[in-house]
Structure formats: structure tokens, C-alpha cells
Ligand binder design. Structure first.
Ligand code: NAD
Length: 446
């Protein structure tokens, strides 16, 4: 068996490694660096920035805790460290690729038929093809969107200096993470979000409380704001928008466009071999197979959950189907995190989704300010909300923000996967004092 995988992000390269483990020959084709968006211009470099932002915030708090600290921040070190981290992890993937069953081909692929791909003028054939070509930043069709200084999440990771004023269009995951980071780095930050709340797909309770927490840090967030244009003014850029109170403008030196990402549908000649897709992404069945038998698609190019870990598990599902091995992966349970300060995380159903589905739920809440570990850490702004079915007591979701929210939510992901009930969770002993006890406190608030 031989598989061709197009794209070397966390969808493509992880699937290649897993396929090789199963004794399958793989040709992995990529026209970009190993690791894709996640490693080179997404999750990993952003988390390096987040780490610096966290250190700065800790040092700011240190003096009040009796530690004299005079932070001197050299931004160029952030860029150096980011490059080192990316290089180190890329080296790790390159090692994994040194497998006799994996052939790595650098070049731009095009599809010839359902078994053949052309790259660098040569034809490569396989029994199956997996498309994992990812996504690209979306932009707004507004005047001034192409002005110098209007950038995407790719360029913001390479700014030569910290902007004095940063305006962010889009209060989604990318927009808020960079708003939080650059606030810590010293920028004046404003966020303009079109929807009535930030993080429109998240639990509304969580989004409202997180907005307050970010506001307390001095990040100006305007929701229900319709951006109408960007213009060059003396000393910078001006972002005009329509808000509840009427027309307004945010002044900035740099404008981050963070209004979503779109599936990378233009990079392959999908229509030539009859692969069905919509404007949103490639259409697949539950096995990640497209309408063309033997051709699969995974990750951001589907336009569904644009998350690295979703791509990896979609790759696993495709591979399992190819190998005829059923699995129990539940794509309804995909935890997600927002690496703001404070951090937010979510898994399972939101209260709004439960309501829309007509499922009566009970919401159980706890606050980080009642958690001994969080208070000791001087990091107690946060809350945790558990959703439980009124009908059978089953856990349905968890939404929280606070220190290490992204790690804490994994416990609920595991319980959801096992269809656990509130009673099951209540019987689990949590170590004391730990941040994870916020889950226990919420569970016992019933
Ligand atoms: P997003 O969909 O999360 O957010 C885009 C935001 O822009 C939304 O809140 C939307 O309402 C807003 N918006 C749209 N049009 C607008 C307009 N005209 N004016 C103002 N606001 C407008 O997209 P993103 O933040 O760009 O992220 C892209 C993808 O990458 C997402 O799927 C996200 O989940 C993923 N991502 C994940 C992580 C993580 O897991 N930590 C980090 C970064 C990105």
C-alpha cells in the first residue's frame, strides 16, 4: 500500500508518521516548510510570544509580592527565541521523516487523477491520496485593507518592533491572543468585533466574562462594531467603524486583520478531478473521504474546526478507514483553547447549543478566587462552568477561563468521551491544592 499525502502540517506529517508505523509507504509532498501553519506561523510561534507576555506580567506583579524586579524588555530576543523554538521542533519533524517508508518531496502538487499527483514535473502514483493543504488568512473587502501596516497573523510574528498602538479587527481566537500578547509587550490595544460578543462560537457566559477580564487589563474591546474602512492619517492608520453609539474610529500604528481563515482551495486543481467542495471547504464523509473514492481530505481545508489537533485526528480517521480499522474518535468532542491572559478553554456543548437543540441543562459554576492554588499564585481571575443534562445527568460541556484553563479542560474531554455523568465526576478525587479543583468545585456546587 502506498499513500500520497499533500501538505506537511499537523494533519499531513502526523498522518505520514502513523501510516509508516503501520507499514504503509508514504510520499509526503509539501511546498512549504515542515510543520505547516501551526509550527511556522501559528500555534507554536504564538505560544513563544505568549510565554514572554506571561513572564512580563509575572514580573509586573512581582513587586507587589515583595520581589524587587525591574523588567527590561528586549523585544528582539522574542524574535530570536521564536526562531529557535520553530527550528528545534522542525528538526524533530525532520528526524521523524527519516523513515525508510516516508519519502519527502518538496514542491507544489497538482492532481492528475484519483491515484496520480504531479510534482516538479514528475508523476507520483499511490493507492490513496490525502489532501491536507490547510488554510490562509481571510481579509475584509473594505477600503484600505491593503494599506501598508495592515497585516495578518503571519506578519505580526515578524514585526521588527512593538507597535505603540495596535488595532485588531476581529475578536476571535487569533485577534484576542495577539491583543493579549501585545498589551503585555506595551502596546495600546483596541479590538473591533462585528458580533455582539467576542469569541462568537464560544459559550456566551464565558465570552462576556473573558471580555471583562481583558478589559481590566486595559484592552479596549468594542463589540457589535462594523468596520467600514482603514485610512492613512498623519502619524498612522485610522480604522473607521459603526458602533452602537454611532460612527467612531480607532487610531493605530499597526492594524491586525483577524477575521478568520479560509480553506486553501485555490492551491490544488480540485475541480479538474471532480472533487466536490463549497466556498467553505472540501466536502467529506465521516471517514474524511471525498466524493472521489480513494481521495481523502483533512484539516483546515475542510473549513470546519480549524485546529491542529482536529487535523491530526481527522488524519487518523482517514488512515483507519484506509486500513479497514474502525475507531471510536468522537469529532463532537474537540477541546479548544484561547491563549489569552487569562487563558480560556472549551469542550463540548455550549449552553446556547443545548438550548437550540432543546436539551434541558443544568449549569454548575465555580470561581478561581475560591481555589487555594490560584489565590496562592496571585492569579485568581477566572470561572468554570459545567453543563449537565437534566434528563440523564450526563456531562455535556465545560467552559472556563483562568490560569492553565487549556490543561484543565482536558479532564472533561476525557469524561465526555466516556459519556460520564455528573455523579461519575463527583466521585473522582482531585489532588489538593491544584487548579484542577475548579472542576471538582463546580461539580459539587450542585
Ligand atoms: P475566528 O473565526 O475565531 O474569529 C474571527 C472573528 O472575526 C470572529 O469573532 C468574527 O465575528 C470577527 N469578524 C468577522 N468579520 C468581521 C468584521 N467585518 N469586523 C469585525 N470583526 C469581524 O478566526 P481567527 O481568530 O482568525 O482564527 C482562524 C482559525 O484559526 C479559527 O478557526 C481558530 O479556531 C484557529 N486558531 C486557533 C487557535 C487556538 O486553538 N488557540 C489559535 C489561533 C487560531
Amino acid at each position: 500500500m502506498r499513500i500520497i499525502i499533500i501538505g506537511a502540517g499537523p494533519g499531513g506529517y502526523e498522518t505520514a508518521v502513523e501510516a509508516a508505523k503501520r507499514g504503509i509507504e508514504v510520499t509526503l509532498i509539501s511546498d512549504g516548510p515542515l510543520g505547516g501553519t501551526c509550527l511556522n506561523e501559528g500555534c507554536i510561534p504564538t505560544k513563544t510570544f505568549c510565554h514572554y507576555a506571561g513572564l512580563i506580567e509575572e514580573m509586573r506583579k512581582a513587586e507587589a509580592l515583595g520581589i524587587a524586579a525591574a523588567p527590561a524588555f528586549d523585544y528582539s530576543k522574542v524574535l530570536e527565541r521564536k526562531a529557535e523554538v520553530v527550528q528545534q521542533l522542525q528538526g524533530g519533524i525532520a528526524q521523524l521523516m527519516k523513515n525508510k517508508l516516508i519519502t519527502l518531496v518538496e514542491g507544489h502538487a497538482s492532481l492528475k487523477d484519483s491515484r496520480t499527483v504531479i510534482v516538479n514535473g514528475e508523476e507520483i502514483t499511490g493507492d490513496k491520496i490525502i489532501i491536507a493543504v490547510g488554510s490562509v488568512s481571510a481579509s475584509l473587502p473594505i477600503p484600505g485593507a491593503d494599506l501598508p501596516g495592515v497585516i495578518t497573523s503571519r506578519e505580526i510574528l515578524n514585526l521588527p518592533e512593538v507597535p505603540r498602538r495596535l488595532a485588531v479587527i476581529g475578536g476571535g481566537v487569533i485577534g484576542l491572543e495577539f491583543a493579549s500578547i501585545f498589551k503585555s509587550f506595551g502596546s495600546e490595544v483596541s479590538v473591533l468585533e462585528y458580533a455582539p460578543t467576542i469569541l462568537p462560537r464560544f459559550d456566551v457566559d464565558l465570552a462576556k466574562r473573558l471580555k471583562l477580564a481583558l478589559g481590566k487589563r486595559g484592552i479596549k474591546i468594542e463589540t457589535a462594531a462594523q468596520v467600514t474602512g482603514i485610512s492613512q492619517v498623519e502619524g498612522g492608520l485610522s480604522v473607521s467603524y459603526l458602533a452602537k453609539a454611532g460612527e467612531a474610529a480607532a487610531q493605530a500604528d499597526v492594524v491586525l486583520m483577524a477575521v478568520g481563515r479560509r480553506a486553501n482551495l485555490d492551491s490544488l486543481n480540485l475541480a479538474d478531478i471532480g472533487i466536490e467542495f463549497t466556498r467553505r471547504g472540501i466536502t467529506v464523509d465521516q471517514n474524511m473521504e471525498t466524493n472521489v473514492p480513494g481521495v481523502y481530505a483533512i484539516g483546515d481545508v475542510l473549513g470546519q474546526m480549524m485546529l491542529a489537533h482536529a487535523a491530526t485526528f481527522q488524519g487518523l480517521r482517514a488512515l483507519n478507514h484506509i486500513c479497514g480499522e474502525p475507531d471510536s474518535i468522537d469529532f463532537g468532542i474537540i477541546p479548544a483553547a484561547v491563549f489569552t491572559m487569562p487563558e480560556a478553554a472549551t469542550v463540548g456543548m455550549t449552553e446556547e447549543e443545548a438550548e437550540a437543540a432543546g436539551i434541558p441543562v443544568r449549569c454548575l459554576k465555580s470561581m478561581f478566587r475560591a481555589n487555594g492554588k490560584a489565590v496562592s499564585m496571585d492569579d485568581a481571575d477566572g470561572f468554570c462552568k459545567l453543563l449537565v443534562s437534566e434528563q440523564d445527568g450526563r456531562l455535556l460541556g465545560c467552559h472556563l477561563f483562568g490560569p492553565h484553563a487549556a490543561d484543565i479542560v482536558q479532564e472533561i474531554a476525557a469524561l465526555l468521551a466516556k459519556r460520564a455523568t455528573l455523579a461519575d465526576l463527583q466521585a473522582v478525587i482531585h489532588a489538593h491544592p491544584t487548579l484542577g479543583e475548579v472542576i471538582q468545585s463546580a461539580a459539587h456546587s450542585a
